[in-house]
Design a protein around this ligand. Sequence first.
Ligand code: 3PG
Ligand code: MG
Length: 397
Amino acid sequence: MTNSFRTLDDVDMKGKRVLVRVDLNVPMDGDKVTDATRLERIASTITEISDKGGKVILLAHFGRPKGRDDKNSLKPVAAALADVIKKPVAFADDCVGDVAAKAVGAMKDGDILCLENTRFHSAEEKNDPAFVAELAKLGDIWVNDAFSAAHRAHASTEGLGHKLPAYAGRTMQAELDALGKALDAPTKPVIAIVGGAKVSSKIDLLENLVTKVDALVIGGGMANTFLHAQGVKVGKSLCEKDLAATALRIIDKAEASGCAIILPVDAIVAFHFAANTPSHAYGLDAIPDEGMILDVGPQSIERINAAIDDAATLVWNGPVGAFEMTPFDRGTVAGAKYAAARTKAKKLISVAGGGDTVAALNHAGVADDFSYISTAGGAFLEWMEGKPLPGVEVLKK
Ligand code: 3PG
Ligand code: MG
């Protein structure tokens, strides 16, 4: 798949001003980065361009500011990045104009400079051609290494690709390669596990997946909507009753496409939404009226594991229970550990992504054992929905 993109192998970077779009949208507590995974992922691209004598000019957004706002400055993130890559990272207070031009002009080959939050200019999100032209003045080529922002058609994520010679960075390349192997040209059979609270946020995703995968496990709060649609009494569980018809349509579409839908066959039920509140496993015909389904039950875990056994490729998005609260993390942890063990035994290619999913796999202690974990949230979902991502499309040769 990646051979349809230009990569860093296709360009001599020596002496060039390389505008590199990265995703520096990392979780912070005050001035401290609390999860540096995204910084670690982009390290190889930055180091390679620098080592090859390119001038690395980093472009990124942080948060969703409305105009300039010190709370959303990239300055502390640039400092954290320097720690991760073990090289100095200079910083400029603006991503365009005199400040940026001066900082870029002062660079020597191999230097690394981070420009201030692109979203301090509203023209960034509008993909305004004049703003794109301002950014383009600062560079000779554009490298996109931000898959996780590729669902945005912004000036720095997409517009620049039309103005300057465009290349995929190493993280982007790895991501496209891994995702391509998972859904576009996978080793079959393919199973998807989709969880999370709501069907409403994942209708497009489910509709696309049932046409692509051989089996689809549905867990989490969204499974309750499917169970309700099939006549199961789900008590006080989270359930989008108005989406019953949608759930049935997805089941029908799956059947027509030869995709097996695997729903829970039992459930862990509690009477309060709280960690360590008393809970028991119930059959689906016996969910108490006052009860809340907070996790899949033991028989469901066995079914999920059996389905993982049958698969050669797994795509996972969303926890199958309320994993932030013990003991309702059990189903998610069990499935994650099982998939990790199959991956280690070389029986499974496992790809996971989406905000909560990475947290859940980290919680299960298996994130390193999956074949690939995407740090993308919204972009991963849109990819699973089968939508073209503007920041990827613009890289195609
Ligand atoms: C992310 O954190 O998911 C990406 O950086 C995109 O951020 P956005 O949703 O604010 O565009
Ligand atoms: Mg987001």
